[in-house]
Write a protein that binds this ligand. Structure first.
Ligand code: AMP
Length: 308
């Protein structure tokens, strides 16, 4: 088992979907990643920043799942990052209504001593120069650095993003972002171009259409489990990333073959995340439920064709 270091937002979100609307609830990329990775029983730690308005009960909720929060700086007189989004009827696309960076604007990440030797680092969606500052604090090169990003950072910090992408092993992005980053419409060509920017592995998330894993000479596809009800897709990508890195940290094996399983675990966990608003479903998720759904995943994708 390896230690997992997670960097990303710990936030308040206000979400609107065709099924309803929330006021400020617990959110943030690092929160979803942490909750998802915690299902593997591993030790993880979050590096982030919050304001004095962030309830202690949310930190306790993370600590109860063996997620170390010492790396979460608390700015007593500051306000926590706030994001608000509204989903369209098809639930595949959303509009960002508000992004209040608040304390995130002057964030200087400090990796706690006990996490500077983490073997796996998950750089969640944040300003790329913050992601870079985290890499630079590691005392030895982690076995695997995974980075997630979004169009927001491509639009305002592309140069810094390209610099940090050179230093990582795996990038996880969604299909539209892969197209934006590479300038290629075909996802196969997009992955090829992104490989050339640095990462050996490219994971392209396609929402309800699953995820693609590209190695340098090989690729793998995992569908998303077709669900009757998708309530709120917020955090699905981060939950996927948490499942992906959590599984790799647990198994301590970063081969392409094992990454295929990691993609399946990530997709499996993401399928739960979307069933309720915010982090609600991830909080009450049980090991039995995870296992049963994994079985469904297996049945969905397994076939036996004789090749002559
Ligand atoms: P996802 O649905 O996987 O894209 O993740 C949604 C989470 O990302 C929400 O909980 C937000 O708090 C967080 N988020 C939204 N915009 C940003 C941003 N620009 N930088 C970092 N985190 C963000």
């Amino acid at each position: 088992m390896s230690k997992l270091l997670i960097v990303g937002t710990v936030a308040f979100d206000a979400i609107e979907t065709p099924f309803g609307k929330t006021t400020k609830i617990l959110g943030g990329a690092a929160t979803y990643i942490g909750l998802s990775a915690a299902t593997f029983g591993i030790k993880s730690g979050i590096v982030s920043i919050i304001g004095g308005d962030f309830p202690q009960e949310y930190l306790t909720l993370l600590n109860d799942r063996n997620i170390d929060t010492l790396g979460i700086e608390i700015v007593k007189n500051g306000k926590t990052f706030f994001w608000s989004g509204k989903y369209h009827n098809d639930m595949n696309s959303r509009d960002t209504l508000i992004t209040d960076l608040n304390v995130l604007e002057h964030f200087n990440p400090i990796v706690p001593e006990t996490f500077k030797d983490s073997k796996i680092v998950m750089l969640g969606n944040l300003h790329p120069s913050v992601q870079m500052r985290v890499i630079n604090q590691m005392t030895e090169r982690p076995k695997l650095i995974v980075l997630d990003t979004m169009d927001f950072w491509m639009n305002i910090a592309l140069t810094e993003l390209k610099e940090v992408i050179k230093k990582i092993d795996v990038i996880t992005i969604n299909d539209e972002e892969a197209r934006q980053l590479s300038g290629e419409y075909s996802l196969v060509n997009a992955a090829k171009k992104i490989h050339k920017m640095g990462p050996k592995y490219v994971v392209i998330k396609k929402g309800e259409h699953g995820a693609l894993l590209f190695g340098e000479d090989n690729m793998f596809y995992a569908p998303a489990l077709p669900l009757a009800e998708v309530f709120d897709p917020t955090g699905a990508g981060d939950t996927f990333a948490g499942g992906f890195t959590g599984y790799l940290a647990k198994t301590n094996n970063i081969s392409f073959e094992n990454m295929k399983n990691a993609v399946i675990y990530g997709s499996n966990l993401a399928s739960f995340c979307v069933e309720k608003f915010g982090t609600e479903r991830m909080i009450d998720l049980t090991q039995i439920e995870i296992k049963n759904r994994l079985q469904q995943f297996k049945q969905l994708t397994q076939f036996d064709i004789e090749l002559h």
